[in-house]
Design a binder for this molecule. Structure first.
Ligand code: AMP
Ligand code: ZN
Ligand code: FE
Ligand code: FE
Length: 270
């Protein structure tokens, strides 16, 4: 079974629609694809239906950002997308993003960077507005030459994180909301939390206490040492392994294609 359990579509900040994404997964020869858009379930039914037509098992997923660290992402899988608490959380997070958008524009203005909010919103297509949308508009207007540079210079600076960040739920709320919707929970790309191994283990122990199911051990940017450490935590805390590419499309993340991972997915698909 070849799978990619971490991907994004136009429902959040990915380049391809859910249907296009399933098509790409089919071309790549995947058996299992999870769509894990940021803070939304809006692309899931379209993806599941396209998967049925293409003979690919599409797992309903989501990626939530927790507040304890600048990048602390929690993946949910196989939940009921209409569960009330999850719907309420997604609504709240979308509102936080919509309120952040004009503040990002103002933050950029202060630095002599002028891009129209309308263009960012048009790119987002009325769905989740993410920093990658701003990055692409900054490239279009020649303020930077790549999305990477947009993040390095403007959208992921200390000042940005201090002044423009959006409200995020505590990790425990992320975990429990996914569980209450009947889903499984995996800790996404642990290296991005940016803590040492000892601290990371403490985080995993705490998450496991709340019912964490898995750790995303396989991720393009993980070193072999990191991967092995995460696999050792999986073993120690009796968890499952997940893995994915974090595919957003080449316009968003030029160097990341769909993964073809062989990980055990029976626990996710049952
Ligand atoms: P948001 O949730 O809208 O604040 O933005 C998160 C998105 O921005 C994720 O898809 C990340 O992949 C992307 N992102 C965050 N930091 C960076 C960075 N330094 N370089 C490139 N992409 C980033
Ligand atoms: Zn993203
Ligand atoms: Fe993430
Ligand atoms: Fe992601």
């Amino acid at each position: 079974m070849l799978c990619d359990l971490h991907t994004h579509s136009t429902a959040s900040d990915g380049q391809y629609t859910p249907v296009e994404l399933v098509r790409l997964a089919q071309e790549r020869g995947l058996d299992v694809l999870a769509l894990t858009d940021h803070d939304t379930v809006d692309g899931l039914e379209e993806a599941v239906q396209a998967g049925e037509r293409a003979g690919i098992r599409v797992v309903r997923g989501i990626e939530l950002s927790a507040r304890e660290y600048p990048t602390f992402h929690i993946l949910g899988y196989g939940f009921d997308p209409e569960a009330p608490a999850l719907s309420a959380l997604c609504r709240e997070l979308k509102e936080g993003r919509d309120r952040r958008a004009p503040r990002i524009i103002a933050f950029l203005e202060e630095q002599g960077v002028h891009i129209p909010l309308s263009e960012v919103e048009e790119l987002a297509g009325g769905q989740i507005v993410g920093r990658p949308h701003f990055a692409q508009v900054l490239v279009r207007h020649s303020y930077v030459s790549s999305n990477r540079e947009a993040f390095d210079r403007y959208l992921d600076t200390e000042e940005f994180l201090r002044r423009v960040e959006r409200p995020k739920p505590p990790a425990q709320v992320c975990v429990e909301t996914i569980q209450a919707a009947g889903g499984k929970v995996s800790l996404a790309h642990p290296y991005q939390i940016g803590v040492d191994n000892e601290k990371l283990e403490a985080i995993v122990r705490e998450l496991a206490g709340w019912g964490l199911d898995a750790i995303e051990c396989f991720y393009p940017q993980h070193t072999l040492e990191q991967r092995d450490f995460y696999l050792s935590l999986v073993k120690k805390y009796g968890l499952h392994v997940t893995g994915g590419s974090d595919f957003h499309g080449e316009k968003v993340k030029p160097d990341i294609g769909l993964a073809t991972l062989e990980v055990e997915t029976d626990w996710l698909l049952s």
